[in-house]
Design a protein around this ligand. Structure first.
Ligand code: ATP
Ligand code: MG
Ligand code: MG
Length: 328
């Protein structure tokens, strides 16, 4: 029967993206909260499922204080829970509407298979906030905090790159904060190979999620990730390397150092940066060193971008007192 339903209690939906639904759950065994991602797959497509599981296994190798922890992943067949596939816009009762059917106990075997899908479940560390949300209420700019968060992002990314993994979708929406307000990089890799593996995209998952994601952007990629995507990814180069993430990191770095008063201002400034490589003059005058670093990170030639290792060696001011205390 269902491991998901027996081990987890669904608390509420955390949102959905192009490929699945993320639900805040309480694990009945350890009493802790987790984010569980449910992804509906084209059913009976086993070679594909195995490949995806291998990729998820790769992600579970990542264990770092500044990377969202992936605990386990598994497949189930059937409709499991109210946040499964058709819950869009109508998430209400949690426990009263379970309609899980175990295919092995079907009393009408001839008709079961048609409507049954395979779901991939991924149990992750729950992160209550994203950097995008923090930016949206970023009224008090604090230089030390900007360095502090940037250092944590770079440390997490160094671990990811050290494992030979390229994130490919590093944006403020995919950079989270845990309950202690420490940075956790999440939501990586999957997007890429899920897209390649042809998920069942027209099967009940939203494809026009405008307004749903915290990005104000909607659908997977495109608008929401446009400002952060390295040119070589945009142009579809066959071989990209971890320097693609350094470009995205540059844009995140800029946002850390340049709060925006309105969404319109953000759009205009980031558009100029992306399309013309232009930075606000007043900002460059105020933060000349940051501007130089940003230009290197966003260089159109990936080999000119610094690596995470180089950043950790050279880019940071001496640690702040509270950071030293923190690491003791
Ligand atoms: P897409 O990946 O399709 O581009 P997305 O990133 O918004 O879009 P998901 O990755 O499915 O979609 O995430 C759906 C929602 O769940 C998002 O709002 C995201 O912030 C939230 N979420 C994802 N992982 C976690 C987590 N570990 N803890 C808390 N919330 C999470
Ligand atoms: Mg995301
Ligand atoms: Mg995602």
């Amino acid at each position: 029967s269902s491991r998901y339903l027996s081990d987890f209690e669904e608390l509420h939906s955390l949102g959905h993206g192009g490929f699945g639904h993320v639900v805040l759950c309480k694990n009945k065994l350890d009493g802790r909260q987790y984010a569980v991602k449910k992804i509906r797959l084209k059913d009976k497509n086993l070679p594909v499922n195995e490949r995806i599981l291998r990729e998820v296994a790769t992600l579970s190798r990542l264990q770092h204080h500044h990377v969202v922890r992936y605990y386990q992943a598994w497949f189930e067949t059937g409709i499991t829970g109210p946040f499964g596939d058709t819950a869009r816009g109508s998430i209400t009762a949690v426990s009263s509407t379970f309609s899980f059917r175990d295919s092995s106990v079907s009393d009408n075997p001839g008709q079961e298979n048609k409507s049954e899908s395979t779901y991939l479940y991924i149990q992750m560390e729950y992160c209550p906030r994203t950097l995008r949300q923090v930016f949206e209420s970023y009224d008090h700019f604090d230089k030390e905090l900007a360095w502090h968060w940037f250092r944590q992002i770079v440390e997490g990314l160094a671990h990811i790159h050290g494992q030979g993994i390229i994130h490919r979708d590093l944006t403020p929406s995919n950079i989270f904060f845990d309950a202690r307000n420490d940075i956790k990089i999440g939501d990586f890799g999957l997007a890429k190979f899920l897209k390649l593996e042809q998920l069942d995209q027209d099967s009940g998952f939203p494809t026009d999620t405008a307004g749903v994601s915290g990005d104000g952007a909607g659908v997977t990629g495109q608008v929401g990730t446009y400002f952060y995507t390295a040119p070589e990814i945009e142009q579809g180069w066959p071989k990209i390397n971890e320097k693609a993430d350094m470009y995205s990191l540059g844009v995140v770095f800029f946002e850390l150092w340049h709060p925006f008063a309105t969404a319109m201002e953000r759009h205009i400034v980031l558009s100029d940066l992306k399309q013309k490589g232009e930075l606000p003059q007043t900002w460059v005058a105020e933060f000349p060193e940051q501007a130089l670093l940003l230009q290197r990170l966003m260089s159109s030639s990936s080999s000119e971008r610094p690596s995470v290792t180089e950043l950790l060696q050279n880019a940071f001011p001496p640690r702040m007192e509270y950071e030293l205390l923190d690491s003791m």
